[in-house]
Ligand binder design. Structure first.
Ligand SMILES: *Cc1c(COP(=O)(O)O)cnc(C)c1O
Length: 419
């Protein structure tokens, strides 16, 4: 498979080159040239198939030529050591739980796949450099932790991630350096950008961002949408509501649909950061300022994967014909969390609750992107109970923090990268 840039001004690249570049040289995002439909035999016999079998079928067309079948299987079985269970709440409502990986958010699927792939196709001792507002840093640090040939440098804003997220990012040690920045997430992102633009630094170390625009993080996510359908009762007809920040998760689902995923349609669910729903209901695509919300992993003004959604459908009318969306406030989100708890005794965290809201009265699946333990205080507040993370997380909560405190000066970051 070859990958082209959404900006259309870069040469096409094979899978491993697209992974190594991350962003295309013309500043666009890589997308596969085509989205091959899976065989009818496979689609007709989806029911009951396990995640790894499905992931192999889904991913093979995208990595063919760069990775022999046996290696694809090994990368998948090393990466996906946990399932994506579908939980039935009522006759027509299902939750796809994507939080059973080591850092309890769906980002484990993409980050672990990318890490296992890069280890096999190593281009030399590599430093993974990433800025995080919480879940990405945790998933990337965990995925590369103790992986020979890699060092991880994560920048996170001091006091602006949850305690649980900080424990996940800043207690690993070994090859993971957690830089606790006395600033906000934008400072962290700016410092990371500066490092990527520093040619002197880049002549000394191989840097890679492992961020969510990378095709190695995007494509493995398509597999769990097929796995969801494999767990539906026979003959179900469903919609699928996905909570969106940068919309990588939703894009992976839409790719699935091109490949024959049996869902009626996708719904883009957002919090007050509603640039995509506004566009879908006929408005112009016009990013405003970021609004802080309870579902903070979705507090993004200008989602990077919108360019991929545009390239997938070609024009605005086709996007609107294939995708609907809606935006929800924090008070509606908390109400949805209460409803899910009162009706089904189901404890949802805010991102999943937004997806529940956007599903409305349609029969279908809403996607839970994180474990409620990551947002314990919001859950307690919304449900009016004292929710504490399950005992299995006690060990994590007690681990000793080993972060390196730095200011917002680039020289501090550079020194740590070169250490
Ligand atoms: C990252 C994240 C999202 C947003 O996912 P995108 O693929 O960027 O749309 C939603 N929920 C949680 C919990 C996340 O960590």
């Amino acid at each position: 498979m070859l990958y082209r840039s959404t900006n259309g001004k870069a040469d096409k690249a094979g899978f491993l080159d697209a992974v190594a570049h991350g962003l295309a040289p013309d500043g666009g995002l890589y997308v596969p040239e085509r989205y091959p439909r899976l065989s009818q035999e496979f689609l007709d016999n989806l029911q009951g198939r396990d995640l790894n079998t499905i992931a192999f079928e889904v991913l093979r067309p995208y990595v063919e030529g760069d990775l022999p079948d046996e290696e694809i299987r090994e990368v998948i079985s090393d990466a996906f050591t946990f399932d994506a269970p579908l939980v039935q709440l009522s006759d027509g409502i299902f939750v796809l739980e994507l939080f059973h990986g080591p850092t309890l958010a769906f980002k484990d699927f993409g980050a672990r796949f990318m890490a296992r792939l890069m280890r096999r196709k190593s281009r030399g001792e590599t430093t993974i450099l990433t800025a995080t507002s919480g879940d990405t840093g945790a998933a990337v640090a965990s995925a590369f932790h103790r992986l020979p040939g890699f060092r991880v440098v994560v920048l996170y804003p001091s006091g602006k991630v949850t305690r649980f997220q900080e424990q996940q990012i800043a207690t690993l040690g070994d090859n993971v350096a957690a830089l606790e920045v006395k600033g906000n997430f934008d400072d962290c992102q700016r410092l990371v950008k500066q490092a990527f633009g520093d040619f002197e630094l880049r002549s000394k170390v191989i840097l890679c961002s492992a961020n969510s625009i990378n095709v190695a993080r995007l494509l493995p996510q398509t597999a769990y949408f097929f796995r969801a359908c494999a767990q539906l009762p026979a003959g179900s007809s469903v919609f699928c509501s996905v909570p969106g920040g940068n919309f990588g998760n939703l894009t992976a689902g839409l790719i699935g649909r091109e490949m024959g995923l049996p869902v009626q349609g996708f719904i883009a669910a957002t919090n007050a950061n509603d640039v995509v729903p506004r566009f879908l209901s006929g408005g112009v695509y016009e990013p405003g300022p970021v609004v802080d919300t309870l579902s903070n992993a979705m507090d993004i003004a200008d989602p990077s994967n919108f360019a991929r959604i545009c390239s997938l459908f070609g024009d605005d009318d086709r996007i609107r014909a294939n995708l609907s969306g809606s935006a929800w406030s924090d008070s509606q989100t908390k109400q949805a969390m209460r409803d899910l708890f009162e009706k089904y005794r189901y404890i949802a965290e805010p991102h999943g609750a937004v997806a529940r809201l956007a599903l409305g009265n349609l029969p279908g699946i809403f996607v839970e992107t994180a474990h409620p333990a990551k947002f314990a205080s919001i859950v307690s507040d919304a449900l009016g109970i004292h929710y504490s993370p399950p005992a299995e997380f006690d060990e994590l909560i007690k681990r000793k923090k080993v972060s390196i405190e730095i200011g917002v000066e680039y020289e501090d970051v550079k020194r740590e990268i070169l250490r």
